[in-house]
Write a protein that binds this ligand. Structure first.
Ligand code: PLP
Length: 379
């Protein structure tokens, strides 16, 4: 889709790209200044594999102050993004044949990382009617003697769903009965949350030692290109991840680490401003999507995505060409409405499409108007 979108743009077509998984904001100034200073101060050498100690200390303080979680600095491993942190943990935990439970829809890379580790992914389907969240009963039914890991994001990419503290407590009650299962909690969208305070599943003491918290700076601080994220885990696992990373990439960029330190030492004001802007856009897009006939859309509580179910339009046609699935619908919308989206198949749900609202409000309004028009032309 991205490639086709670029091709159309090159032909002079005004394509509205709502396929992005990154904030459209700039990195806050105080973070950029810290990076410039780090260059002038000659932060140009290899860093410890797990990150500078002062950065890891700032992460420990953040986890304590914002999430009520206690860790030592040797339980923190800084990486080149939440993605590498996820991969480190999966590579260290999953042996060939191990089962990993993944609620669907899920972020694309989860199932691929599990494949790389030669594990088997066990999907639990959470449709739009369940607000894309699984129940404790579904979790219980998916567990077998081979289950090694449970992997999820909250707030979720691609659905924006957020598990409440009560919902997490119900899942925790299941994990308490199965003491060998690790839980990989991807909290990269933590600050883009429009409902409660963010609750980490690691806040439940009974399972904390088996939870791997994944977080970072890409989404909350608009730092996707800087490549930095981290995990917090029990000491044994953190040591294993450090070893794994030490043979693959070493520590992430020294300059980026100084910038990330500044991010955590600064106030949350800019982060919350971006969150508030995302919330405004979410409300605008929701009010417009609700008006489109025959799509099922829920109100996401976080992140910056809608994941409407569009299967009503499968089997319909335009100029004699039948649209069979979400991918073909996305291609149609790119071709006719000039809006670039992502098929739900990439996230494990073939009935949906993902709409990112990390774009300016006027573009969002125009895009949804064009989507609505294009859909109404399908017969
Ligand atoms: N986890 C989820 C759920 C994501 O959506 C993304 C990025 O799209 C990542 C992890 C990767 O984050 P990072 O840029 O820190 O590697």
């Amino acid at each position: 889709m991205a490639k086709l979108g670029r091709e159309l743009t090159a032909q002079g077509v005004d394509v509205i790209n709502l396929s992005f998984g990154e904030p459209d904001f700039f990195t806050p100034e105080y973070i950029k200044e810290a990076a410039k200073k780090a260059i002038d101060d000659n932060y140009s050498y290899y860093t410890p594999v797990s990150g500078y100690p002062d950065l890891r200390k700032a992460i420990v303080q953040k986890l304590q102050n914002e999430n009520g979680l206690s860790y030592d600095i040797d339980q923190i491993v800084v990486s080149t993004g939440a993605k590498q942190s996820l991969a480190n943990a999966v590579m260290c935990l999953v042996d060939p044949g191990d089962e990993v439970i993944v609620p669907t829809p899920y972020w694309v890379s989860y199932s691929e990382m599990i494949k790389l580790a030669e594990g088997k992914t066990v999907f639990i389907d959470a449709p739009v009617e369940q607000n894309f969240k699984i129940t404790a009963q579904q979790l219980e039914q998916a567990i077998t003697s081979k289950t090694k890991l449970f992997m999820f994001s909250s707030p979720c990419n691609p659905t924006g769903s957020v598990y409440s503290k009560q919902e997490l407590a119900q899942l925790v009650a299941v994990f308490e009965k199965h003491p060998n299962i690790y839980i990989l909690s991807d909290e990269i969208y933590e600050h883009i949350n429009f409902v409660d305070e963010h609750t980490s599943i690691a806040a439940f003491d009974s399972i904390k030692d088996r939870v791997v918290v994944i977080n970072g700076f890409s989404k909350s601080y608009a730092m996707t290109g800087w490549r930095i994220g981290y995990l917090a885990a029990n000491k044994e696992l953190a040591t294993a991840c450090d070893k794994m990373q030490g043979q693959i990439t070493s520590g992430t960029s020294s300059i980026t680490q100084r910038a990330a330190l500044a991010a955590y030492q600064g106030s949350l004001d800019t982060v919350l401003l971006m969150r508030d802007e995302f919330k405004k856009r979410r409300d605008v897009v929701y009010s417009l999507l609700k008006e489109i006939p025959n799509i099922k859309v829920n109100l996401p509580d976080g992140a910056f995505y809608f994941f409407p179910e569009v299967k009503y339009y499968f089997g319909k046609s335009y100029n004699g060409k039948i649209i069979h699935n979400a991918e073909e619908l996305c291609l149609y919308l790119l071709d006719v409405a000039h809006v670039s989206l992502v098929t739900g198949e990439a996230f494990g749900n073939e009935n949906c499409i993902r709409i990112s609202y990390a774009a300016a409000e006027d573009k969002l309004r125009l895009a949804v108007k064009k989507i609505a028009e294009a859909l109404s032309n399908l017969k």
